[in-house]
Design a binder for this molecule. Sequence first.
Ligand code: ATP
Ligand code: MG
Length: 275
Amino acid sequence: MTDPVLTLRDASLSFGSRTLWSGLDLDVQPGEFIAVLGSNGSGKSSLLKVILGQQKLTSGSISFLGAPGRRGDRRIGYVPQQKLADDGTPLRARDLVGLGLSGHRWGVPLPSATRRREVDALLAAVGATEYANVGVSTLSGGEQQRVRIGQALAGDPRLLLCDEPLLSLDLTHQRAVSELIDRQRRERDFGVLFVTHDINPILDMVDRVLYLAGGGFRIGSPSEVLRSEVLSELYGSHVDVIRTHGRVIVVGAPDVSAEHPEHGDHPVHRLEGLP
Ligand SMILES: Nc1ncnc2c1ncn2[C@@H]1O[C@H](COP(=O)(O)OP(=O)(O)OP(=O)(O)O)[C@@H](O)[C@H]1O
Ligand SMILES: [Mg+2]
């Protein structure tokens, strides 16, 4: 067995008296695809911030490639919770991807021809070649998302963190972005933590699910975790998990942010209580 890229041991994160999660043990293997699920405010984005070194654990430990995490490590790629590019930004798709390249190899600046080749290869990898020279603010949400993934891949990450990368994408683009990440993690053998409110677009791709709720968590294969008994115990109230037409629907999951309305950064109304 190879060494994990990321290890968390007995990790907990609290803000004031509120514990988002505790006792978290997690190993992410190279090439492993893990979906991170949970209601609004359950601490999914905060977990990514801990891994990025932007947020300290309350207790426990974290290591990335065998060393304590440090802020700004380029071997961690990050696709933030979606924001569209500002109107009027003059950056083109190729500029944004180029920003992800360190620009140096062993302290020697990359020659511009090499840089250009690398950017072209990344744009091709994410299927963005045709809009390479277009201003990113004029691209659709799905196109921008591809470019952002290209930017995150530019640092040749060992771990890719994606925070709701499918938000506001139509089904076709959800599929395209998911397949892109799935293919790249296999080709480049990096681990993926993929935060999402809907497991369905990636259900057949993920190796494991990390489900955060009620200050606790469950981790395992989708079929181990996405079960009525397991989620009911985690939430501390009755939750139904329904499987229909190859989809998983979680019904009745209480929304954590409903107790903390001031914290919900984008409250969503979920008729069926999708996770
Ligand atoms: N620096 C901070 N200080 C105090 N509270 C914080 C801080 N960062 C996050 N929180 C709170 O922690 C909770 C979890 O936030 P987080 O953004 O991790 O949730 P999330 O699971 O990503 O939710 P969503 O699905 O809405 O994106 C929220 O209630 C948030 O307000
Ligand atoms: Mg979030």
